[in-house]
Ligand binder design. Structure first.
Ligand code: CDP
Ligand code: MG
Length: 140
């Protein structure tokens, strides 16, 4: 198994309910190490860039509004197969379809307010990490 890094966001619906610690506990219990973390308020430009792949989707405007509605915690997670492992831990995009024990099953309010983001592939992980962290902010 390869040691990988993935990018995570604890979204505004979760920071509003002070779930950062609870979510971080599930991340660490799953064997992923938080090797970088900061709490920031995303600008509209940052959110539009981050979700540019969804620009043509009907939910794009709402997605950008939601992501900029409050603080987020951006993170880099490291571990064995971290990208797939974190996607598994997050659960399905729609919390109604998420498996028991996943972060989204436990905490998400709806498909739009689904508590966490995780990179979906190696190339997007590299790109997403670079949007928010410089090399010396990541300490493995
Ligand atoms: O976050 P994930 O990779 O699981 O899903 P996505 O398909 O990449 O969509 C990005 C985000 O857009 C989701 O996490 C949802 O917050 C939002 N979304 C939505 O509001 N309505 C949809 N029908 C699909 C996605
Ligand atoms: Mg995605």
């Amino acid at each position: 198994m390869a040691i990988e890094r993935t990018f995570s966001i604890i979204k505004p619906d979760a920071t509003a309910r002070d779930l950062t610690g609870a979510i971080n506990a599930t991340i660490e219990t799953a064997g992923l190490r938080i090797v970088a973390q900061k709490r920031v308020r995303m600008t509209r430009e940052q959110a539009e860039t981050f979700y540019a792949v969804h620009r043509q989707r009907p939910f794009f405007g709402e997605l950008v509004a939601t992501m900029t509605s409050g603080p987020v915690v951006v993170q880099v997670l490291e571990g064995n197969n971290a990208i797939a492992a974190y996607r598994d831990l997050m659960g399905a995009t729609d919390p109604a379809k998420a498996a028991p024990g996943t972060i989204r099953k436990l905490y998400a309010k709806s498909i739009g307010e689904n508590s966490v983001h995780g990179s979906d592939a190696a190339d997007t992980a590299v790109q997403e990490i670079a949007q928010f962290f410089s090399g010396n902010e990541i300490v493995g």
